[in-house]
Design a binder for this molecule. Structure first.
Ligand code: BGC
Length: 339
């Protein structure tokens, strides 16, 4: 099948391109402080590049389970399930045949809405249950990209969906890293990781650590500090934990580029968000947009989600989806200008 692209526009001239391959966000054009449209999402000009081996999930819908599961193994009732091991000793982002690599059915009812659906068979990737998934991308008139995730199953399963867009609010064409971005995250804890980047089960307070983003702070200010968790993640690659009512759609983070004046607020219903600062980007891409090779830390992801390895930690919010229930979760990335 050939990947196709679809474009969403609104009256503020914002423009987002999405492909049916992995439901990936290919570009996000937003006005900067001078009114010029700037593309703030990393990706490729040629849609086929998204099928490359070791492609870093640019813009993709991630499932069935975003983030890591220890040894790719979990129990559900009396059954033990084994997933593909694709990241050190662990399973990451639904395996090599996850949502990011599927061709989704696409409907575009109007300029601002795209409805993607996909079916995942029982045992596919090792997960139980025939899963029907719907992801709706909507561009709001106040420059918000709203993502609604919905899913149902015919057998008890686990699910943790997210989006893996790498943002650079300086503009992808600026060829700069994201260390100048000023970030605020409304979280007072993170999920601790071990040397394989898997959750230990403990939550760590951010107080007096480089993970305290409760006040606006430059991403680059403390990223090289001597802190065990930063060393394990090769930078920020951690789930921030929100202390909030289950399921409330609330502001989780804001990021701002002093270069373009573009800011982005993230609203989510999820209890956590992975901040990933592109620590494994290598700068070896040959086919990035406009010749951009995407070097180390030239993009960041804010992946709203449940906690990593939840099926193996009863103290974490549950990621179980039962028959008869609908998994429903909304995240909004809202763009504006900060002077
Ligand atoms: C993970 C990183 C991983 C990256 C893959 C992120 O969601 O947290 O550890 O390297 O995805 O591109």
């Amino acid at each position: 099948m050939e990947p196709k692209s679809f474009t969403l526009t609104n009256r503020e001239n914002m423009k987002i391109t999405i492909t049916n391959l992995g439901g990936r966000i290919v570009s996000i054009f937003v006005p900067d402080k001078d009114g010029a449209l700037v593309d703030v999402a990393l990706g490729y000009d040629d849609l086929k590049s998204y099928q490359k081996k070791n492609e870093p999930y640019f813009g993709a819908i991630i499932g069935r389970y975003g983030n890591r599961i220890a040894s790719g193994k979990f129990n559900l009732d009396e059954n033990v399930y084994q997933l593909e091991i694709n990241n050190g000793p662990n399973a990451l982002h639904g395996g090599s045949d996850g949502f990011h690599d599927k061709f989704w059915n696409v409907e575009q009812p109007n300029d601002k809405t795209l409805i993607l659906t996909c079916f995942f068979a029982d045992c596919e990737g090792g997960f139980p249950g025939n899963l029907k998934v719907k992801v709706v991308y909507s561009l709001t008139d106040n420059n918000g990209l709203q993502i609604d995730y919905l899913a149902t199953t015919d057998k008890k399963t686990i699910i943790n969906l997210t989006n893996h867009t790498y943002f650079n609010l300086n503009g992808v064409d600026s060829k700069t890293d994201i260390l100048n971005h000023i970030l605020t995250i409304e979280a007072d804890k993170i999920v601790e990781i071990d040397k394989t980047s898997i959750a230990t089960g403990a939550l760590l307070s951010v107080t007096n650590t480089p993970f305290d983003f409760r006040k606006p702070t430059k991403i680059g200010d403390r990223i090289e500090e001597n802190h065990e968790q930063l060393e394990l993640g090769n930078g920020y690659d951690h789930t921030f934990v929100f202390d909030k009512l289950d399921g409330a759609l609330e502001k989780a983070a804001t990021v701002y580029s002093p270069k373009t004046g573009i800011n982005m607020a993230v609203f989510t219903q999820e209890p956590g968000m992975q901040l990933y600062t592109g620590n494994f980007l290598t700068g070896k891409d040959k086919d990035g947009k406009n010749g951009n090779a995407y070097p180390f830390r030239s993009g960041f992801c804010l992946e709203t989600q449940h906690f990593p390895d939840s099926p193996n930690h009863s103290n974490f919010p549950s990621t179980v989806l039962n028959v008869g229930e609908t998994y429903e979760s909304t995240t909004i990335y809202e763009f504006g200008i900060q002077n």
